[in-house]
Design a protein around this ligand. Structure first.
Ligand code: IFM
Length: 459
C-alpha cells in the first residue's frame, strides 16, 4: 500500500528545493501530439509500426493521441496553473523534415515556435529533445534507419535546423534513451521499426545513434552558441542478486551493457573492453574519428530513471547470460519495482565515475491504474508517493555532491505508451480518451506543482 495521504503531503511540504533547481514535466511528440499529417508532417516509423496488426496491445494508434497539436495552449496553461517551472518536450523530426532530410517544412517549425513562445510567456523553461524515437519513415526505407551511418549526418542537419530556428530554447537534448529504441527496435524487434536483428543490429544502431548525438552537439552549438546540450540515457542502478561470483559477474555484464556501453564512449571515448569482448563479432565497426565525435564535451547528462535492476546469472539476454531477480518492493502497473533510494545511488555513482558537468533527471514516473473518486477527483496517492520519494532521493544525491540541476516527472499527460497503447497511465494530468480528451489534473500534478513553486519561476 502507498503511504497515507497525510504523510505524503507532509513529506512533499518538507522538500526544500534549492534556488534555481528546475522541477518540471516531460513529454514526447509522438506520444501526445496526434495530427500525424497536419501541416505537411511526414510519416514516421511508429506510424507504420502501429498500423501493423498485433503490434499495439490495445489495437490503438497515435493518430490523435492527446491532440496536443491542437490543444498545446491549454496544456501549457495547465502547467502554468500547476506551477512547474520547466517543460521537456520533443520535436517531431518528420514535422520539420517530412522526408527526413532536404527541404525544411516551415509550418512544422512554426508549431514548435508557438509552443516555445507560449512556454516562455508562461514562465516555463523549454527543454527540447531532438529524437524521441520517431524516425522519419523515409530514412528507414532509404538508409536502413539507425543501421546506416548516413543517418548521423541527417540527424545533425535536423538538429542544426531546429536549433537555429528556435533560438529561445536554451537546453537541447539530442537523443532519448538509445538503449531502449535500439535494442527493442533493431535488436529484439518488438518496437518500431520492428527489426529482430539481434545484438549486431542493436549495437550498430546504438553506435550510429551515439555518433548522431556527437554530430548534433556540434550542430546545435554552431546554430545557437548559448545553448546547453546533453543526451538522455536510460541507465539503471544495478546490484547483484547475491554475493556469489556468478551473480556478481552477471550484474557487471548487465551494467556494462546498460550503463557503461553509453557512459564510457561519452565520457571516456571508448566502449568498455569487457563488453566488447563479450559481444565479439557483434561489436560495432568504429571508424577513425567516431569516438572523438561521440565524446565531445556535453553540458549536461540527462538520466531517465524508473527502477533498479537486481541481476543474477541466468539464461536471459544472450550473450549476457543474466536473470532479473523477482522484485522485493511494490511494483507499478508496468511491473517495475519501486525502490527510491536506488535513484540516489545511481546519481552518486555516475557522478563519481564520470564527473558530468551537470545532471538533470529527464524522466521519472510511474504508471498506475487511476481511480476517479465520486467527486471526479483523481487522488493518485501512489503516483504522488512515487514522485515525492524519488525527488527526496534526488535532492539527497545533490547533497552528496552529485551536480543535479533539475527533475522532470514523466509525464505531463496520460498518453500513447508505445506498444502498451493507452493501457498504461503515467500522467500528472488525466486524459479521457473516451470522452473528448478532457484533461483533469491529478493529485500528483498538484503536489509536484506545489513543490516546483517553492523553487520559483525560471524567467
Ligand atoms: O513513455 C516512455 C518514454 O517515452 C520513454 N521513457 C520511458 C517512458 C515510460 O515507459
Amino acid at each position: 500500500m502507498p503511504e497515507s495521504a497525510d504523510f505524503i503531503e507532509r513529506r512533499a511540504k518538507a522538500i526544500e528545493v534549492p534556488a534555481g533547481f528546475l522541477v518540471g514535466a516531460a513529454s514526447a511528440a509522438y506520444q501526445i501530439e496526434g495530427a500525424v499529417s497536419a501541416d505537411g508532417r511526414g510519416e514516421c516509423i511508429w506510424d507504420r509500426f502501429a498500423a501493423e496488426s498485433g503490434r499495439i496491445v490495445d489495437g490503438s494508434n497515435a493518430q490523435v493521441a492527446c491532440d496536443h497539436f491542437a490543444k498545446f495552449e491549454a496544456d501549457i496553461d495547465i502547467m502554468a496553473s500547476l506551477g512547474v517551472n520547466a517543460y521537456r518536450f520533443s520535436i517531431s523530426w518528420s514535422r520539420i523534415f517530412p522526408e527526413g532530410r532536404g527541404a525544411i517544412n516551415l509550418k512544422g517549425v512554426d508549431f514548435y515556435r508557438r509552443v516555445v513562445d507560449k512556454l516562455l510567456d508562461s514562465g516555463i523553461a523549454p527543454f527540447a529533445t531532438l529524437y524521441h524515437w520517431d524516425l522519419p519513415q523515409a530514412l528507414q526505407e532509404q538508409g536502413s534507419g539507425w543501421l546506416g551511418r548516413g543517418v548521423s549526418d541527417d540527424f545533425a542537419e535536423f538538429a542544426g535546423a531546429a536549433a537555429s530556428r528556435l533560438q529561445d530554447v536554451a537546453h537541447w537534448t539530442t537523443i532519448n534513451e538509445p538503449w531502449t529504441f535500439c535494442w527493442w527496435g533493431y535488436g529484439f524487434g518488438d518496437e518500431a521499426p520492428g527489426i529482430a536483428g539481434g545484438p549486431k543490429s542493436a549495437l550498430t544502431a546504438i553506435h550510429h545513434a551515439l555518433l548522431a548525438h556527437g554530430k548534433a552537439v556540434a550542430a546545435v552549438r554552431a546554430s545557437n552558441p548559448r545553448a546547453e546540450v546533453g543526451i538522455a540515457l536510460d541507465i539503471n542502478n544495478v546490484s547483484p542478486a547475491s554475493g556469489s561470483e556468478e551473480d556478481v559477474s552477471a550484474a557487471s555484464r548487465f551494467d556494462g551493457c546498460q550503463n557503461r556501453w553509453f557512459l564510457d564512449p561519452l565520457y571516456k571515448a571508448s566502449y568498455p573492453a569487457d563488453i566488447v569482448e563479450l559481444f565479439g563479432q557483434d561489436a560495432p565497426d568504429v571508424l577513425e574519428g567516431d569516438m572523438a565525435a561521440i565524446s565531445a564535451p556535453i553540458d549536461f547528462l540527462g538520466i531517465n530513471f524508473y527502477r533498479r535492476s537486481v541481476i543474477g546469472a541466468g539464461e536471459e539476454f544472450p550473450p549476457l547470460g543474466i536473470r532479473r531477480a523477482r522484485p522485493q518492493g511494490r511494483t507499478t502497473e508496468m511491473g517495475w519495482e519501486i525502490w527510491p533510494s536506488s535513484i540516489r545511488d545511481l546519481l552518486v555513482q555516475v557522478s563519481r565515475d564520470y564527473r558530468p558537468k551537470s545532471i538533470y533527471v529527464t524522466e521519472n514516473g510511474a504508471a498506475f491504474d487511476d481511480r476517479i473518486s465520486a467527486g471526479g477527483q483523481i487522488l493518485d496517492w501512489d503516483r504522488a508517493d512515487y514522485i515525492v520519494s524519488h525527488l527526496e532521493q534526488v535532492l539527497e544525491a545533490r547533497r552528496l555532491h552529485a551536480p543535479l540541476k533539475g527533475y522532470f516527472a514523466w509525464t505531463l499527460l496520460d498518453n500513447f505508451e508505445w506498444t502498451f497503447g493507452y493501457s498504461r497511465r503515467f500522467g500528472l494530468v488525466r486524459v479521457d480518451f473516451d470522452g473528448g480528451l478532457a484533461r483533469t489534473v491529478k493529485k500528483s500534478g498538484q503536489i509536484l506543482g506545489e513543490i516546483a513553486m517553492r523553487a520559483g519561476r525560471r524567467n
